[in-house]
Ligand binder design. Structure first.
Ligand code: CO
Length: 147
């Protein structure tokens, strides 16, 4: 191990990110098929170029993300997946800076500048490049105060 962090960096699975063309249509689909209701209604997150809503399930959340603005990073995903799809998985970490540094020390690339940004839960997040993680975009987020 090239660092002195605990062997298991990943905490609780916080949410699964699902890209969609329309949050409203996706919420309606989850309600119709699964009886699921929105726990956090859609809101804009301009810094991330997304509109977000959450659906709570017993042990986690679905994060529905819709493109916001012409520069949204979701446009590229929807071009490849026109009807939307699973976009990322998010794990909680105890220390976001230590996690970022560990990712780099272990040879993984952090998207963007590498400086944590404030995510939809109001805590710092980073994304690990899917080329280093078997094709899965992995979000790491500082553990929120409460669950
Ligand atoms: Co997310």
């Amino acid at each position: 191990m090239p660092d002195d962090l605990p062997p298991l960096l990943l905490g609780r699975l916080n949410h699964v990110g699902i890209a969609c063309v329309s949050i409203d249509a996706t919420v309606a689909m989850y309600a119709r098929l699964f009886g699921a209701t929105v726990s956090t209604p859609a809101f804009d997150l301009p810094a991330q170029g997304v509109r977000v809503a959450f659906i709570d399930v017993a042990n986690s959340q679905l994060e529905l993300i819709e493109p916001l603005g012409a520069d949204s990073p979701i446009h590229g995903f929807l071009k490849k997946n026109p009807s939307g799809g699973q976009h990322h998985v998010c794990f909680e970490v105890a220390d976001i800076i230590a996690a970022r540094d560990a990712m780099r020390a272990r040879g993984a690339t952090i998207l963007g500048t590498g400086e944590p940004r404030i995510g939809a839960h109001g805590v710092p997040i980073i994304f690990v490049h899917p080329r280093d993680t078997g094709g899965v975009l992995i979000e790491l987020m500082a553990t929120p105060e409460h669950h």
